[in-house]
Design a protein around this ligand. Structure first.
Ligand code: NAD
Ligand code: UDP
Length: 315
């Protein structure tokens, strides 16, 4: 990670969540002062406790749907539930978090002249008919389905970021994150990697939705955090968007078999109905991120080994 000589003060919204907590730790490690903001909807105190003894770390309990004031140099807007189970729990709040949250934080960035990065998502591509997905692809998104609160909320947040950039000159960065996994995911996260690992460790049935032929590209968290800070630091005035993810693509059945074998589990693989609008395939084209000098390094098996170790300590 490359930072200027002067230590920065950085606001991380959603800082108690899975990605936010790793980002806070990385920023502290790079000499920044970190203001971590979260409402603990899906975030956990356990994720930030190791940082609370550092005098450069500060926590504020706040909901991004309400305006917020602070003096910082940079803002990383990570606040938003990311797991389908969590974002569909209160879909109206999910839209508010993305849309009102973006407005409040962009207003703040405008007032204090801070650079602001939006954690967007591969979900803006929906169920894509272009593969792999390039940033130029506009997506194929259902505006009224059960995933729309997240997908359209994130799409509208991107719109707001680019309109603030065009209208007010706000220095923005938009990254589109593809499926990321690793330690600090919640046990009840509901996403596929954490579900399969927990099920395998407990010798419970592995629940594949559909026939398991749908694909995802899984990025280990350390790679992703390096990618986010690279975009913030090295992309100059370019607003993005930049895809961040690991282009190695696996079927969900392959993932299930890998997890069962790596945990020496007695779990059976079982098949269940596919949720509505579940994307069939997902793989990032990371040409733009590579031009900034970033590419993921951690292979799926190595990342899974670390994540399994973390979850073993939790069950
Ligand atoms: P997470 O659920 O672990 O973390 C989200 C954090 O935001 C939690 O700490 C939660 O309490 C907080 N939060 C939610 N609503 C809030 C609100 N209204 N006000 C303040 N805080 C709020 O999820 P994550 O995987 O760490 O995702 C972080 C960000 O990255 C999200 O914006 C998500 O959309 C994006 N993202 C993640 C992935 C992934 O695979 N992990 C993929 C694409 C995009
Ligand atoms: N999935 C699954 N079993 C689970 C959880 C998820 O088969 O217990 C599937 C899900 O239907 C999707 C893929 O795994 O096709 C990835 O799901 P996840 O919720 O992790 O993220 P998404 O990329 O869909 O947002």
């Amino acid at each position: 990670m490359r930072f200027g000589k002067i230590s920065k003060r950085v606001l991380v919204t959603g800082g108690a969540g899975f990605l936010g907590s790793h980002l806070c730790a990385a920023l502290l490690g790079a000499g920044c002062e970190v203001l971590c903001l979260d409402n603990f909807f899906t975030g956990r105190k356990a994720n930030i406790i190791p940082m609370t003894s550092d005098p450069r770390f500060e926590f504020v309990r706040h909901d991004v749907t309400e305006p917020y004031n602070a003096e910082v140099d940079e803002i990383y807007n990570m606040a938003c539930p990311a797991s389908p189970v969590h974002y569909q729990f209160d879909p109206v709040q999910t839209v508010k978090t993305s849309v009102h949250g973006a407005i409040n934080l962009l207003d703040l960035a405008f007032r204090i002249k801070a650079r602001i990065l939006q954690a967007s998502t591969s979900e803006v591509y929906g169920d894509p008919d272009e593969h792999p997905q390039r940033e130029e692809y506009w997506g194929r998104v259902n505006p009224i389905g059960p995933r729309s609160c997240y997908d359209e909320g994130k799409r509208c947040a991107e719109t707001l970021f680019f309109d603030f950039h065009r209208q007010y000159g706000t220095p923005i960065k938009v990254v589109r994150i593809f499926n990321t996994y690793g330690p600090n995911m919640s046990l009840d996260d509901g996403r596929v990697v954490s579900n399969f690992i927990l099920q395998a460790l407990r010798n419970e049935d592995i629940t594949i939705f559909g026939d398991g032929s749908q694909t995802r590209s899984f990025c280990y968290v350390s790679d992703l955090i390096e990618g986010i800070t690279t975009v913030m630091e090295r992309s100059g005035d370019a607003p993005g968007p930049v895809n961040l993810g690991n282009p190695s693509e696996f079927t969900i059945l392959e993932l299930a078999e890998k997890v069962v074998s790596m945990t020496s589990s007695r779990s059976r693989i079982t098949f269940h109905p596919l949720p509505a609008d579940d994307p069939r395939q997902r793989r990032p084209d990371i040409t733009k991120a590579k031009q900034l000098g970033w590419s993921p390094k951690v292979a799926l098996e190595d990342g899974l080994r670390e994540t399994i170790k973390y979850f073993r300590g939790m069950v």
